[in-house]
Write a protein that binds this ligand. Structure first.
Ligand code: PRP
Ligand code: URA
Length: 212
């Protein structure tokens, strides 16, 4: 896949180490959940580095000074259900005041196309920076539909954050929504015939929630 301006692939050793632990089929549910949360926080640190700042007046024990704080637009975190839920706490650790929206999509097992079953977003969504989270960007169908839904509700300033992506998903998402920034923990090799990411980590939802 050729390099794209709107796609940022993480290189930090901590993120890469934790993703390798996630991949291991012997990593159990408890550790898996913790790792997803930690990786989301580390990726969030990068994804939020362009939040607008403003100088505010603060009185220190020594004197009054002007000092920078996050300004303006408020943050919304929107997990794609179910697996995206695992990333929410990681971002809330960085911005505890963020509002949370939810988009419910599941992939049809045969066509691999997403089906919507839920959408509830903070109102008004147009005034917020929105971070859509889902650990897996496979065919890209779920991310494309989720962002289309958010745009229909008025969302404009949108970022998408995943832990593992397939090149096919990155291509589809950046073609459908060239205006959004995509943050990828690790870019994997390809999709298999069942549209699972290779080498990937298996089914993220099942591994987070301990289902099959
Ligand atoms: C997984 C994953 C993404 C989607 C990615 O969810 O969490 O939402 O598949 O695949 P795509 O890029 O091909 O659309 P799934 O539909 O399995 O639902 P779940 O989170 O409820 O397990
Ligand atoms: N969804 C997952 O959970 N894993 C994949 O590899 C692809 C889609």
């Amino acid at each position: 896949m050729e390099a794209k301006e709107n796609v940022i692939c993480m290189t930090h050793p901590l993120i890469q180490h934790k993703i390798s632990r996630l991949r291991d089929k012997n990593t159990g549910t408890n550790e898996f959940r913790k790792l997803v949360e930690e990786i989301a926080m580390l990726e969030g640190f990068e994804a939020l580095k362009d939040l607008p700042m403003e100088d505010v007046e603060v009185e220190t024990p020594i004197e009054t000074c002007m000092t920078p704080m996050i300004a303006g637009r408020k943050l919304a975190v929107v997990p794609i259900l179910r697996a995206g839920l695992g990333m929410v706490e990681g971002l809330l650790a960085l911005v505890p005041t963020a509002k949370i929206g939810h988009i419910g999509l599941y992939r049809d097992e045969v066509t691999h196309e997403p089906h919507e079953y839920y959408c509830k977003l903070p109102d008004p969504i147009e005034e917020r920076t929105i971070v859509v989270v889902d650990p897996m960007l496979a065919t890209g169908g779920s991310a494309v539909d989720a962002i289309t839904m958010i745009k229909k509700h008025g969302g404009r300033d949108i970022k998408f954050m995943c832990i593992i992506a397939a090149p096919e998903g990155v291509e589809r998402l950046s073609k459908a929504h060239p205006d959004i920034q995509i943050y990828v923990g690790h870019l994997d090799r390809c999709l298999n015939e069942q549209a699972y990411i290779c080498p990937g980590l298996g089914d993220a939802g099942d591994r987070i929630f301990g289902t099959r």
